[in-house]
Design a protein around this ligand. Sequence first.
Ligand SMILES: CC(C)(COP(=O)(O)OP(=O)(O)OC[C@H]1O[C@@H](n2cnc3c(N)ncnc32)[C@H](O)[C@@H]1OP(=O)(O)O)[C@@H](O)C(=O)NCCC(=O)NCCS
Length: 303
Amino acid sequence: MQDSDREAVVRLVFESTNAWYKAHFDKNVFGGEASSCRVFPEVYEALDPGCCIIAEDESNGRLAGSCFFHPRQTHYSLGIMNAHPDYFGQGVATRILDEILAIADADAKPVRLVSSAMNLDSFSLYTRRGFVPYATFQDMILPVPDGGLEVDPPEGLARVRDAVPGDAVAMADLEMKLNGIRREKDFVHFIENAAGIWGVSVIEGEGGGIDGFLCSVRHEGSKMLGPGVSARWQDALALVFAELNARHRGGAPVFLVPVDQGQMVSRLYGWGARNCEMHLGQVRGECPPVNGVLMPTFMPETG
Ligand SMILES: CC(C)(COP(=O)(O)OP(=O)(O)OC[C@H]1O[C@@H](n2cnc3c(N)ncnc32)[C@H](O)[C@@H]1OP(=O)(O)O)[C@@H](O)C(=O)NCCC(=O)NCCS
């Protein structure tokens, strides 16, 4: 993608995603105007300049597809993948994916992504190319009143605080310890928050250090909690509560919760959360064991 392609990619992300979900589930993912999707190239180009592959129809110069990728210390992550509706089912996404896999293979790194479990086109796209699901998440949505959540505060809340720049290394170390991946530069970017759209909370360990963290984004094009990692579900719940109250009052963000964290899910139902989608963490290549509670997101897209 060159700078001159950017606006067309923004429109493609908006139109492709909405067209697919409208056709299959009679709903739009992105409301408002296509311009709300500018957040994706803005964040991705700030983090990883030049890491977007586009496909062009050579017969007429039309943009047929696009996908961003994110080289990190331990892996590459991939997303957001789109084909234009006029080109669905013609191998455009596979062609783009192969290009990115070749880059990752040359660097001898695994590739990770989060794909919808309700979208067989994307599930098949990735599993046909050797991706294997390693975790299942339920996407939960929770409206937050203007005055904050009206539920009993979870235990451990007193240990939660806003992250400061010095926390980025400890966050990266914790994710490496629990989940076997490292991506410090994402956390530096979120904590720095030059765009004014990010929030980051950490939960301090009883014996020092941090036991978990949770980032969040609040923008017209993306309202989500994540990415986050915690050693215990109770800590993850305290982080969710803190991030919702600190940054999402009057909103209704989405967050991905591992389906096997039954006690956490049960508490979230008690707070009024509802399921709105299902996602799979997928990896092509080495997959370190998952420990603790992962809360992935789509920006950058990795579990
Ligand atoms: C998902 C999406 C990117 C796929 O793009 P596409 O260009 O239509 O995909 P392709 O034509 O490359 O097809 C992908 C592969 O899946 C295969 N496939 C599709 N449905 C399948 C099924 N039910 N079972 C098995 N394989 C299937 C296709 O045959 C193809 O493999 P092949 O080339 O080896 O035959 C496109 O539907 C899209 O942009 N959707 C909206 C946005 C979105 O959902 N993005 C992904 C977010 S997780």
